[in-house]
Design a protein around this ligand. Structure first.
Ligand code: NAG
Length: 625
């Protein structure tokens, strides 16, 4: 049993490494005419799906009427990428290493008031909802760097399709940089890109060609008039709200290569990550969490000391006066403390599932912390988590079965089946409903049928049998022995004060763990919904450990108070005390939805809450444990 996590760890890291070596090893490029076996001249630009902070639905590049590659290739994607809706395709923007080009034609598209109106409308809708392109070159995002308020540069791994000016003359965020976007009720399309590729030459280090270290881009809008005489200057490309005449859209690009031998290939992601929200806030959040942990630890230690002190004092008293000792508080309930809880079945199932998710999170974060799952490994994090979850059916079955046996449960068959099926079933059903919505909307995030079948196969083919195996061992083991015997007759519970009633206790218990994580949570929600990159796994791992400590300490503390009040129904309560953090998570997610996101439309809202429900359920199981 003890070797299992190690094995999984090795498997997972081995797998992701094997999967990703091609993307992680440096690729060298050579000029046309000097290609060798180890360097090529063609630098292929790939396009990913488009997404928006105002809509949860991502769309494939091909859903829009942009220029398409005639011989379109789709690089193979891993499970995590498919689940996140990433769809990568080759683009018609093809250039050669160290060959500058200016104002090269990509393609032209024509629209008339009564032909292809749906395609144009879709582009307009994309501009309106602020959809962002995500381009990739040499497994590295093409960034758009622009100045934000205080003179700082922000490098975004995406750039918008265009800019919309509303009827009251407002322009969105980054589009204010161009003052020519000023006509009311007009859409401005970015039909030109200036790409700058920086490379590190191997001349001085004796290897051939150059390695790409940065790719930046500036979206531009030009109203080209003549395909045979492209100038790439002048007024922006306007799309009127209502088309009256023929509209010709000409897509162009310029590319310049710049040598920069200071930047290293290995640190080529740094400039993107450095412009992300800063680590000071992270330190603040860690400090904040540490204070809470210290406070709780102090409380626990104090209580322990006080209890011990009293015990010793009482022993001394017994020696001197031989008084009949008067028991009080939690000592009174020792005969009831291990009385099995009501609904032991459900609790044992939750505990089993929680174990599974807990180990999965732990290993995934640990690997991420070691740098196996950096953002350069697209989708690796998700893939690793899913594979681990599937492989960790055994601990779930074991814990659930053993707890159930300890609670004196008889219906072991239902216990095993429910452990394997209940929570994954709920998640899958939620997932499936959302998938139908995505599919109806034609979004790229809709999981293809094949992947859906593969997930089901992994669930029923690997996870379920492993859970059965774990349950078999769990039932074979002796139940956990309790240090004290349980009385035959349950004690009467005295009436409780407001603070020791179950519900207020549970509500209070969740606050402290939530206080530890909410800053971190902001970044995670940002990375999921605002598509910012998340890379501070070291911090996350730390916060994970802190969360663990706070959850257990808060639970111990409240449990102690309740036992002092002679209330011995602690099984469920201790589970729910930490589990209630999930409810705060939900409230925070709702707050985030209304304060930070500008999501519009019913489908997006349903999807947001659908995904949030999944997160909350997983988190509930995780913290509850
Ligand atoms: C491409 O343009 C850049 C910037 O103008 C220049 O430094 C570089 O030498 C050019 N490269 C070639 C091959 O002409």
């Amino acid at each position: 049993m003890n070797y299992l996590p190690l094995l999984v760890c090795a498997l997972c890291s081995g797998w992701s490494a094997a999967f990703y070596l091609p993307g992680l090893a440096p690729v060298s490029f050579c000029e046309v005419g000097s290609e060798k076996e180890n360097c090529k001249s063609e630098t292929q630009l790939y396009v990913n799906r488009l997404d928006s902070v105002e809509s949860v639905l991502p769309y494939e590049y091909d859903s829009f009427d942009f220029c398409k590659d005639e011989h379109e290739k789709h690089p193979s994607e891993n499970l995590g990428q498919v689940l996140f809706g990433e769809r990568i395709a080759s683009s018609p923007y093809k250039f050669h290493f160290n060959k500058n080009e200016s104002c090269a034609l990509v393609c032209t598209k024509g629209y008339d008031p009564n032909t292809k109106t749906a395609e144009l409308d879709f582009i307009k809708k994309g501009i309106q909802l602020n959809y962002q392109h995500h381009w990739i070159i040499d497994n590295m995002p093409v960034t758009w760097c622009y100045e934000v308020e205080d003179g700082q540069k922000y490098c975004s791994p995406g750039f918008p399709v265009g800019c919309a000016v509303t009827s009251d003359g407002r322009v969105k965020d980054a589009c204010v940089i161009n003052t020519e976007f000023n006509k009311k009720d007009t859409f401005y399309l970015f039909n030109h890109v200036d790409i700058t590729i920086t490379y590190h030459s191997g001349r001085e280090e004796n290897w051939d060609g150059g390695r790409l270290v940065a790719a930046r881009l500036e979206p531009k809008s030009y109203k080209h008039t003549n395909v045979n005489d492209l100038k790439c200057e002048g007024h922006p490309m306007e799309i009127p709200k209502d088309l009256t005449g023929h509209l010709e859209v000409i897509y162009t690009y310029s590319v310049t290569f710049q040598e920069n031998n200071i930047n290293k290939w290995a640190s080529r992601w740094d400039y993107i990550l450095e412009s992300m929200p800063h680590t000071n806030i992270q330190w603040f959040s860690i400090m904040n969490s540490l204070v809470i942990v210290l406070f709780l630890s102090g409380m626990v230690a104090m209580i322990m000391l006080r209890t011990l002190h009293k015990d010793i004092a009482r022993y001394n008293q017994i020696d001197s006066s031989e008084d009949a000792q008067e028991e009080f508080g939690w000592k009174l309930v020792h005969g009831d403390i291990f009385r099995p809880p009501k609904k032991g079945m459900l609790l044992s199932i939750f505990l089993g599932q929680g174990t599974q998710i807990f180990i999965m999170t732990f290993i995934t974060l640990f690997l991420a912390c070691l740098g196996f799952l950096s953002p350069a490994n697209r989708g690796a994090l998700m893939t690793c988590a899913v594979v681990l979850w599937v492989l960790l059916g055994t601990p779930a079955g074991y814990v659930s079965a053993r707890m159930y046996k300890t609670f004196g449960g008889e219906r072991w068959k239902s216990n095993v089946l429910l452990t394997a099926l209940l929570c994954p079933g709920i998640i899958f059903a939620d997932f499936f409903i959302m998938n139908v919505i995505l599919w109806v909307k034609g979004s790229s995030a809709a999981i293809p049928f094949g992947t859906l079948v593969a997930i089901l196969a992994m669930w029923f083919g690997i996870s379920v049998p492993l859970t059965f195996l774990g349950a078999y061992f769990g039932f074979k083991d002796r139940p956990i022995e309790h240090p004290v015997r349980t009385n035959q007759i349950p004690r009467q519970i005295p009436t409780q004060s407001f603070f020791t009633k179950p519900f207020p206790g549970i509500i209070m218990g969740g606050i402290l763990p939530f206080g530890c994580i909410f800053i971190q949570l902001f970044f995670i929600l940002n990375s999921i919904w605002s598509h910012q990159m998340y890379y501070m796994f070291g911090f996350l791992f730390l916060v994970f450990i802190i969360l663990l400590i706070t959850c257990s300490e808060a639970t111990i503390l409240l449990c102690y108070f309740h036992l002092c009040a002679e209330d011995y129904h602690w099984w469920w309560r201790s589970f729910l005390t930490s589990g209630f953090t999930a409810v705060y998570l939900f409230i925070y997610a709702v707050h985030y939805f209304f304060s930070k996101l500008q999501i519009t439309g019913a489908a997006s809202t349903i999807l947001y809450f659908g995904y949030t429900m999944i997160m909350v359920l997983i988190f509930f199981l995780f913290t509850g444990r």
